[in-house]
Design a protein around this ligand. Structure first.
Ligand SMILES: Cc1ncc(COP(=O)(O)O)c(C=O)c1O
Length: 391
């Protein structure tokens, strides 16, 4: 039986967080906690930067996966949101009616699910192949759904994206042949720019040059990109220096993490999310064991910058999570005179915050040692919830 759009759409999880305890010390660990002042500062800073430079902000929701944060981003001027999964689109459609899927949309199941996103949501998809375009064209025709399309171009990340301006022109022209698809522009992701912000000049210069060539060739072929969408958190503050960019898609900036701080793209004082953990053992000399292991912190190495371990202690930056089991994190105390005791709470700045968020159902919002609020990570996972369960 064909389901209606409303039946098919996945609701937010029914799991609403219970009234949180008032004191940080009363929270069961491990759990992610967000410093609300730091979060507000991060949101404001990016919104102000984009306003100042006339860039449209379309933040990537993969970092927070939470309607509450997305609503704040929209309130502060974001033109829409960027998503990576159908689940994120489904959840974020209630927050914004302007969503970009910045991930190749390939496969009948995913296509069908995306076509069920309510039609009042303006949907844009980035793609880099005729094959993906063919699938999207067929699906959009059947469901009579307009979809804007960006041609994804590779400017050095070497992950996805067409490999030359000629290919970009060819794909743009193909899109024009497939109404109700609309050719809207191009997208790139400068995820390869991973050096310290002080050392980004050469890579930013390369982006300027390469992007300029793409735009010039598209223009002269009569397929001007109305939107040029790029941006990551480490390069966010340089995007106004790249001519042609109209839209930016940073994600990590809302919470930041150890990698972002080490790259100099934020200060340590901008790391809003920490994993609250409890010291559960001091039996082995030179170390403390906390109850946050790989299932709380993710096993993410530092990327682009040097750094041992899987996270760093908030108030003791010389102490890292050196090793992990699933539920155990081993703090290396060998170079520190800090002497935590069993039962003490510690806060860990994770290497890569997006993965930590994805491991949790609920985030607690704190100011100092007071827990003020909590919210659901509603877009985590991939489930179609009741649609999948019922059938
Ligand atoms: C396509 C795309 N756009 C934007 C972003 C956001 O970048 P960042 O996490 O550095 O903020 C990502 C991150 O993975 C991405 O894959």
């Amino acid at each position: 039986m064909k389901r209606s759009t409303t039946q098919r759409r996945a609701p937010f999880p029914t799991l609403e967080p219970a009234e949180p305890p008032k004191q940080l010390s009363a929270l069961e660990t491990p759990t992610p906690v967000v410093d609300l002042d730091r979060l507000a500062h991060n949101l404001d800073r990016m919104a102000s930067y984009c306003t100042l430079h006339g860039l449209a902000l379309r933040p990537h929701v993969k970092t927070h996966k939470s309607p509450r944060i997305a609503a704040d981003q929209i309130r502060l001027g974001a033109v829409g949101l960027t998503c990576a999964t159908p689940r994120e689109l489904e959840v974020m459609g209630d927050v914004s009616h302007d969503l970009l899927l910045a991930y190749p949309l390939v496969g009948a199941a995913k296509l069908a699910r995306v076509m069920y996103i309510p039609h009042q949501v303006k949907l844009t998809v980035a793609l880099d192949s005729s094959a993906a375009l063919g699938q999207l064209a067929a699906a959009s025709k059947v469901s009579q759904r307009e979809v804007d399309v960006y041609v994804e171009v590779d400017l050095g990340m070497h992950r996805v994206g067409v490999q030359s301006p000629t290919d970009a022109v060819a794909l743009a022209k193909q899109i024009l042949q497939h109404p109700p698809l609309n050719y809207a522009g191009i997208a790139f992701y400068p995820g390869h720019v991973r050096e310290h912000v002080k050392d980004q000049d050469a890579n930013v210069e390369r982006l300027r040059g390469d992007l300029g060539v793409y735009i010039a060739e598209l223009d002269s072929a009569g397929v001007h990109p109305r939107v040029v969408s790029g941006g990551s958190t480490p390069t966010a503050w340089r995007m106004h220096e790249v001519p042609g960019v109209t839209e930016v898609r940073p994600g990590t900036y809302v919470y930041n993490d150890r990698t972002t701080a080490e790259l100099g793209a934020c200060g340590w004082e901008d790391c809003a999310l920490t994993v609250l953990a409890t010291v559960v053992s001091r039996a082995v000399p030179g170390q403390a064991v906390i109850d946050a292991g790989s299932k709380a912190l993710g096993r993410e190495p530092m990327r682009g910058v040097a750094g041992e371990g899987f996270g760093v202690v908030l108030d003791h930056p010389d102490v890292v999570v050196a090793r992990m089991s699933e539920e155990h994190g081993i703090l290396d105390l060998s170079t520190s005179d800090w002497n935590p005791q069993v039962g003490d709470q510690v806060r860990i700045i994770p290497n890569h915050v997006c993965v930590v968020v994805h491991l949790n159902d609920v985030i607690y919002g704190v100011r100092d040692s007071i827990v003020e609020t909590s919210w659901v990570v509603a877009a985590r996972g991939r489930t179609e919830t009741e649609a999948a369960i019922e059938s």
